[in-house]
Design a protein around this ligand. Sequence first.
Ligand code: MRU
Length: 317
Amino acid sequence: MKIEGKEQQSLWFKDDTLYFIDQRKLPEHIELFKATTVEQVSFAISEMVVRGAPAIGAAAAYGMVLGKEDIEKTADRLKRTRPTAYDLFYAIDHMISRIHAGDTPHDAADLYVQDIIQRCKNIGEHGSQLIKEGMRLLTHCNAGALATVDYGTALAPIRVAHHKKKNIFVYADETRPRLQGLLTSWELYQEGIPHAVIADNAAGYFMKNGDIDLVITGADRIAANGDFANKIGTYEKAVLAKENNIPFYVAAPISTFDQSIKTGKDIIIEQRSDQELRYYKDAMIMMDQTPVRNPAFDVTSSRYVTGFITEEGIKKL
Ligand code: MRU
């Protein structure tokens, strides 16, 4: 991804330190968060310094390096950070098997992360074939380079289409309560891709008016039958897309496909703190006494999915 014109990853490991672009501070400030312990990596994942399924997996892979020889304890701590994104569990289990096979943790983590970057690049190439000249796309949350180390999942095809000089326009859902749509807008701005942020509840308006040709979202966990969990609000966008005859694609690498789960009913949905709804940054926007519910993800049935854009090509499950 470009940041102020320079190529940059969302996280990297150097001199026994894991560096993150602190996503809590964007888009106002570009600040780094440094982790040298497993506890700091766990904090970064839980508190969303780093977020997005593949990026969480990459962070956990380096967390396994910082855990040194205490493999089981480190794996257990990291797995307790967030429950929904499968990449977290996939990356940790992959690291354990590579370490048992004799790889150094550092080499295994570097390879895992390089592999994820390449997979996202391939998702971009495959998915860009769906994007025709002049198309207007909708995306939800942030499934860009910030969420994946580089390129993105849903944003990778958009990046590639833009590099191929296709004229496109992107609608980015604001994505309450954590406003990841602003991260998407920030990434698109850095790349010079024309776009607009819309309130979450505006997507139906634009779809019905014929302003959206294609929807691409990411995924946090995909069950064997193609039901998938993604950021809260994805389900309603998928239903609206079907109602308005708009193709709905899900972009994700193999590390997001959980074959051990048959249907979406078995996916654990993370419930996050009330404070995420009650406050906008430091400003309280509802009373402390106001009861709230804050599920971070929802599950969309595979019947709403036109296809899955993977590193191996476009599939229907
Ligand atoms: O809670 P988050 O911000 O980690 O949720 C992220 C999403 O839901 C993304 O859309 C998903 O991880 C796919 S990202 C490549």
